[in-house]
Write a protein that binds this ligand. Structure first.
Ligand SMILES: [Ca+2]
Length: 476
């Protein structure tokens, strides 16, 4: 299995040539790309090309990691979707300490304990916010983290600040983040009920903006409503640039995944439009991808670019920005190297935290070691046995159809990764710089994922690899 792993990457940045800002220096924790903010704050376009260097693997063997929150004093909090626990990872040693379990989590399918965020007043109140799927809905709670208590008993009782977000086996959204305005933003999903996205009275298929107490935030576009934007399908990525502009990723259905620049009150089109549309009433994405190439969860800002973690696409996308537009074509990194990528978070300056998601129920994802021409015709992301289980029928994929020009060469011995937290973040922007993927020689644990949680023939589980194997291939 692909390990569930945490990586540290650097996102080095320069405006062309040179050694890139930041380098390996240790940036202040919690900074959100400030080291390079001045380079890009004045509407200057980010360099067209960047690079990524994985500094190290922080830890491995995490169970369905989903949310990630760096602590101001060191350490990373990671939520487990399926166990409903929060674990602290020592970023130097990789040692894991379980804080405790969030009571009330009812994991199923893509639901469970999802995003986490620290209170904007964390230094004073030690509160952790968490978005999770309960027996009846998706909701947001806050819990006291008391590190003085024994491991496993460090979380207080959850205080529910917001509830009633539609839940489903799929499309639960789940990302939460405090914005630069200290308001709490949440990406939700339409829970498989497409009609909810355009219904401004529904909490599904929205980006919500709340006070830390869970009330509709002052200044929201619709009176007394937590709804900030609508017409979304399933939002799992939220990040701000230094100008305090919000960007959000979302899963498309079969055609177009999206990265959007978020403008309060706007309609992002789903389900009437998927990807770019000619209808002026819908806000078009700033970039879009075929779902095989992305299926995006987390996003982060660093070095003038948005970085976007792809699950099915098994790669980290860099979208260089000029304002709220892409200044050049998105650029993929780490393709197939670590399997499915869930969450990317700024580690300050030119560094990023990155988590993989290879134990999320997709069964035996496999990592491509290097590109080949596909003569072997082996499947990139999954075994035919797995797809046959999922789809309830036996399917074979001839070489000509399954992979095309960017096939995966699967190594039977080393292709398996489980869930890991990578600290990946040398995202240097030197044109032509090579990604140092060879340093990614990470030992993934061999533990198999649980086997009892396989979905059965759900409509395109957008997070999962190749349920409906499509021929459309990356243009990158
Ligand atoms: Ca859209």
């Amino acid at each position: 299995m692909l390990a569930t792993t945490a990586l540290l990457l650097t996102a080095g940045c320069s405006s062309g040539g040179g050694s890139g800002g930041g380098g390996d220096s240790t940036a202040p924790r919690g900074a959100s790309g400030n080291a390079s903010a001045s380079e890009h704050a004045a509407g200057q376009a980010a360099p067209a090309k960047g690079s990524v260097k994985v500094l190290r693997t922080v830890t491995t063997g995490l169970n369905t990691p989903w949310g990630l929150a760096p602590l101001p004093g060191g350490g990373l909090l990671v939520s487990s979707r399926d166990k409903g626990t929060i674990t602290k990872v020592d970023e130097k040693t990789g040692r894991k300490t379980e804080l405790g379990k969030v009571s009330g989590v009812s994991p199923a399918g893509e639901g469970g304990l999802l995003g986490i965020a620290l209170s904007p007043d964390y230094a004073a109140d030690h509160m952790i916010y968490a978005y999770f799927t309960s027996a009846s809905d998706n909701r947001i709670v806050r819990l006291l983290y008391d590190a003085k208590k024994p491991a496993g008993e460090q979380l207080g009782a959850p205080d529910t600040i917001f509830k009633g977000i539609p839940k489903g086996y799929i499309h639960n959204g789940g990302r939460i983040a405090f914005g630069p305005d200290k308001m709490l933003y949440a990406g939700t999903g339409e829970s498989g009920n497409r009609g909810l996205a355009q219904d401004k009275n529904s909490l599904g298929g929205k980006i919500l903006r709340l006070t830390p107490e869970g009330d509709p935030a002052p200044g929201n576009p619709f009176a007394d409503s937590p709804v900030y934007t609508y017409g979304h399908r399933n939002v799992q990525g939220l990040a701000w640039d230094p100008e305090q502009r919000l960007f959000a990723s979302e899963f498309g259905q079969d055609t177009w995944d999206e990265l959007n620049a978020i403008k309060p009150g706007d309609n992002y089109g789903w389900p009437d439009a998927e990807g770019k549309s000619s209808d002026p009433k819908y806000h078009n994405p700033i970039a879009q991808w075929h779902t095989d190439d992305a299926s995006p969860s987390g996003v982060a800002y660093a070095g003038g670019s948005i970085w976007m973690a792809g699950l099915k696409g098994q790669r980290l996308w860099r979208i260089p920005l000029k304002g709220t537009a892409a200044s050049a074509d998105p650029q993929p990194f780490l393709e197939g190297r670590y399997g499915r990528l869930r969450t990317v978070v700024s580690a300050g300056g030119d560094k990023l935290w990155l988590t993989t998601s290879n134990t999320d129920g997709t069964r035996r994802p496999e990592v491509r070691r290097r590109p080949n021409t596909g003569a072997a015709g082996r499947l990139r992301n999954h075994s035919s046995a797995a797809s046959s289980r999922r789809g309830g029928r036996t399917t074979t994929f001839p070489a000509s159809r399954s992979i095309g020009p960017r096939p995966g060469s699967l190594s039977p011995t080393s292709s398996r990764v489980s869930s890991s937290l990578f600290f990946s973040s040398r995202v240097c922007l030197r044109p032509g710089a090579k990604s140092s993927s060879k340093t990614l020689n990470i030992a993934f644990p061999s533990a198999a994922p649980s086997s009892g949680d396989q979905p059965v023939a759900v409509p395109r589980r957008e997070e999962s690899p190749s349920v409906g194997h499509r021929r459309r291939l990356s243009s990158s």
